[in-house]
Each structure stands twice: as C-alpha cells, then as structure tokens.
Design a protein around this ligand. Structure first.
Ligand SMILES: *Cc1c(COP(=O)(O)O)cnc(C)c1O
Length: 405
C-alpha cells in the first residue's frame, strides 16, 4: 500500500457524498496505470480489458504520450484558437493525411464532435438555400449525452425525462438499408451511423450494409456521417472502422482514443462539406489546445510506429477464437461478435455478476445492455493476458451463479 494515498473506503465515502450520483461505480479506487495494468488504492492489480472504454488504446501512461505531455506542459499549455499553434497544425495534418478528410474541427469530447457534425450538416444545406435539416439515425445507437446528441441516440433509457428533445431526428433499424432508404424525405439532410454500434451491444453490420447506405446517400444527395468515436484510432484493426467496408463518409467524428486519455474530440470532413462552416460558425475554447494536441499527435505516431493496428487485427482474431471457445463450452453464452479488439459476448443471463466476479480475480471488463460483456483492452494486450481472462471467465461461467436463468 502506498502510504500517502487515502484508503478505498475513505475515497468512496467522500466521493459518494459530493460527486453527482450519475455513475454506478465499482467499489475500487484506481491510483496507477501502466500498460494494460491498473492498481487500486489497496495495492491490488487488474488487467484492464476496458481501457477507459476504448480510450487508452496505447495502454496506460504510454511513455511517448507522457513525454509529449510533459514537454508541452513545460512549453505552452493553452492559447486561444484566435492564434495558430504548431501541435494543432501538425495534428490536423496527420489526420487529413491518413483519412478521407480535408479539414478538422477540434473539440473536447465525443458528444461535442457529434454536435459539430449535426450543426455542419444543417448549415451545409442552409448555405445551399435548401430547407433540409432532418437526420436519420439508428435504433440502438449512442451518440452522446448533450441535448442534440441524445436526441440523435436511439435508446429510450438515455432520452427519458429530457423532453422536449431537439427536433429533426428519425430512427430506423440498424443494418436495414431498405428501411433507411424509405425514411429519407425531402427535408432529410444526413444519415448518422456508428459503423459498428458500441454501447448498443457491439453490433457489427452485414458486410454490404454501409456500402448500400453510402449509395443511398449519394442518390438522395444527403450527407453520410460516421460516428467513429468508439471504433476509430485502430480499435477494430484499421485506423478507422469504415476502412473495413470499402467506403468513406463525408463527415466523421472522433474522440475517445484520439489522445489516449486526454479529453479531445474532432470532426473531420471533406472540403466541400467543411466549407459550410465559415468564420464564426462554430467554436470551442479548448478545442485542439496545445497540450491535448501534443498528446494526440504522440498517440497517433506511436500507434503507427509500433505497428499496433496490424497487431490489433491479429490479436483480435485470437481473442475472438478464444471467446468462441468459451461459447462452445457454455450454453449461457449466446453470441460472440466484434472486430479487432472491440468484442462483445452476449449472455443469456445478467452480465453484472460476471463483471464483479472477474474484478475480484483481477480483470476489468464491462457489461452493456444488461447481458452483453464488452471487451476493449489496450491494443498492446498480450496473448497470455487474453488467455488469463479466458480462463477466468471459463471458471466464472462454470460456477452456479451463471447457470440459472
Ligand atoms: C462514447 C461515445 C460518444 C460520446 O462521447 P463523450 O466523449 O462521452 O461525449 C459518442 N458516440 C459514440 C459512438 C461513443 O462511443
């Protein structure tokens, strides 16, 4: 135990008394991270198969990111976007060079990136003198918690109690191109989709779905926006998940892993779309601030330099094979799905008990939608660590608590 760190009950009691009670927290306080390992206030270590929810793709406290942040912190933390800075310029250069996009708008979170995309889609048709403002999104989607982004989120539990929502969102079933085509009206401006639904349950569409959506958007003359906040930055075994499907969107949003743990969001767009955001159309005080941009640039160059995306495909395939082995052994496992190192395992029973049992054995995993275990480890995870988790889950699933429906 580290002597100068308060103990877990103390931290918990003070937090529970003062922090808004919006999160159901597990009874551990994390104090340290290195690579795929986290340490709690009691000195117990955990192998992290969540990585801050697909945030720390390089692992915790990656030395290159830490060095870039340290150096930038000693040079220039923040200046207004009224001035040019080198870190933001270099980051925008990297992102446009490695994607379909020509321009980047920087902000501080996923929700803000989607806000920017929603605003750009509306402004794009306004500039053309057309009254198109409706956006089609998918049932089961997740796009954030601000008023516009929860209005775009196809999950009632997230929207509940916040009405009236922002007008102009229509919902269609995910992975149904026909339903999407039928939903397009004269005032539709855009389609907003996650290439793989994350919070909705790690749902991977059919291989031709996104290409069909692309064609439908082109025919209708509307914008295609991909929310790659969870799927981007190498998570699925490509820099961006849409690369698996052989098409590109017109607008893409990023956040989560972009700066490996520092808060950053970005909206990327083709020039012809981005040009609808003229002077003063949108802004963010902290967007692309030097310290965060330096972290993002270090993240992306390390991702590339350490060949982590190829490694993600390989380790993802191994992980899927091992999860499928679990599925074959346990009737309670109904499905295994995902791409790269974003994996889901659907159970017949409640997932919370499995998460708690795994935590006791030193593995952090996550449960979404009640019955779906989600795994999003750092892309640096090792095969031995994957085997360790599989053995742990095998034991938990074999025990009585998971056999009862
Ligand atoms: C996490 C997430 C968001 C919201 O990001 P925040 O940074 O929490 O605002 C939006 N879309 C997707 C797909 C996400 O996974």
């Amino acid at each position: 135990m580290t002597p100068d760190i308060p103990d877990t009950p103390d931290i918990m009691a003070r937090a529970d008394a003062t922090i808004a009670a919006t999160y159901k927290r597990f009874p551990i306080a994390l104090v340290r991270g290195e690579g795929c390992t986290l340490t709690d206030a009691a000195g117990k270590t955990y192998t992290d198969f969540l990585a801050g929810i697909a945030v720390c793709n390089l692992g915790h406290c990656h030395p290159k990111v830490t060095a870039a942040v340290t150096e930038q912190a000693q040079t220039l933390l923040h200046v207004s976007n009224l001035y040019y800075t080198l870190p933001q310029t270099e980051l925008a250069g990297w992102l446009t060079e490695h994607s379909f996009a020509d321009r980047v708008f920087f902000c501080n979170s996923g929700a803000e990136a989607n806000e920017a995309a929603i605003k750009l889609a509306r402004r794009f048709f306004y500039e053309k003198g057309q009254d198109r403002y409706r956006i089609i999104a998918a049932e089961g989607s997740f796009h954030g918690r601000t008023m516009a982004t929860l209005s775009a989120t196809g999950q009632e539990k997230i929207r509940k109690g916040f009405h009236p929502l922002l007008k102009g969102f229509d919902f269609v079933p995910f992975n149904d191109a026909g339903a999407l085509r039928d939903a397009i009206g004269p005032d539709t401006c855009a389609v907003l989709l996650e290439p793989i639904q994350g919070e909705g349950g790690v749902r991977v569409p059919d291989p031709d779905y996104l290409a069909s959506v692309r064609r439908i958007c082109d025919e209708a003359g509307i914008l295609l926006i991909f929310d790659e906040i969870q799927t981007g930055i190498g998570r699925t075994g490509k820099l961006f998940a849409h690369e698996h499907f052989g098409i590109v969107p017109d607008i893409m949003t990023l956040a989560k892993a972009l700066a490996n743990g520092l808060p950053m969001g970005a909206m990327l767009a083709k020039e012809w779309a981005a040009s609808a955001f003229g002077l003063g159309a949108h802004a963010s005080t902290f967007g692309g601030t030097p310290i965060v941009s330096a972290a993002a640039l270090a993240t992306l160059t390390a991702l590339q330099g350490e060949n982590l995306i190829d490694g993600c495909r390989e380790k993802g395939a191994y992980f899927k094979e091992r999860l499928t082995w679990l599925k074959d052994r346990h009737d309670t496992v109904l499905d295994v799905r995902g791409m790269g190192l974003l994996m889901g395992m659907e159970l017949e029973t409640e997932g919370d008990t499995v998460v708690t049992a795994a935590m006791a054995e030193g593995f952090l995993i996550n449960c979404i939608q009640g019955r779906i275990l989600r795994f999003a480890p750092p892309l640096t995870i090792g095969k031995a660590q994957i085997d360790g988790l599989i053995d742990c889950l095998d034991g938990i699933l074999r025990s009585d608590r998971c056999l009862t429906k």
